[in-house]
Design a binder for this molecule. Sequence first.
Ligand code: NDP
Length: 218
Amino acid sequence: MSILITGANRGIGRALAKEWQSAGEKVIQTARNSAGMETLDVADPSSIKQLAKRLEGRPISTLVCNAGVSLDKFDEMDSGYSPEHWAQSFAVNVTGVFLVVQALLPNLQANTDAGGASKIAIIASQMGSQNSPAGNRFIYRASKAATINLGRNLAVSLKGDGIAVGIYHPGWVATDMGGGSAELTLEEIIPGLRKQIDGLTISETGCFKSWNGQDCVL
Ligand code: NDP
């Protein structure tokens, strides 16, 4: 079983990698630029293609699309929310997820063909929920709404191939993105998040769950 994680050099991605590694799982850690990790910039289609070429023929059981950006944290309505922030956020949080899934589908398929259960875990956010608008963070919320939508559609598309797709809200966690006021620590959420991903089966493909197993509001 081989698990690939995007954005595995810090935050949730790095903590998830450590959690699986300490349980003896083989983890392919990818990062934009980090020694000892596979290079992958999810916003750069040529970087994605190069990774897929390097991994050609290697089965992957679990693909964790974790890399994400939150660029509008301090944006103000009158001066912020620039076109550049919109473009970059969607390139990483949405297009990047799709292109990585598309490029690594043969690896997931190879795992299925060998009799394994293949799955894709997409780290989204409850902030992308359509039903809890807060009237702020327009870019991050819209991009994560699109991430959730993408995951739900991938689930339908890949069900026939036996590849399960789960969408996860990791909680508000103290990382560089989550900040110092976050409600939860990595130590609190990682075992639960891993449990949700490990337990994902094709029968619940398309689920949107929190790190603790609670159903999230779409
Ligand atoms: P961090 O900011 O701590 O880490 C983000 C990770 O994404 C880093 O490894 C970063 O790499 C990577 N990344 C960003 N852009 C790219 C790119 N173009 N290509 C490859 N990697 C990239 O955030 P978290 O660990 O907190 O967040 C992880 C995921 O969880 C994100 O998708 C986020 O939206 C989601 N999430 C987080 C919450 C929280 O409270 N922390 C709440 C809800 C969702 P680099 O070091 O190169 O920048």
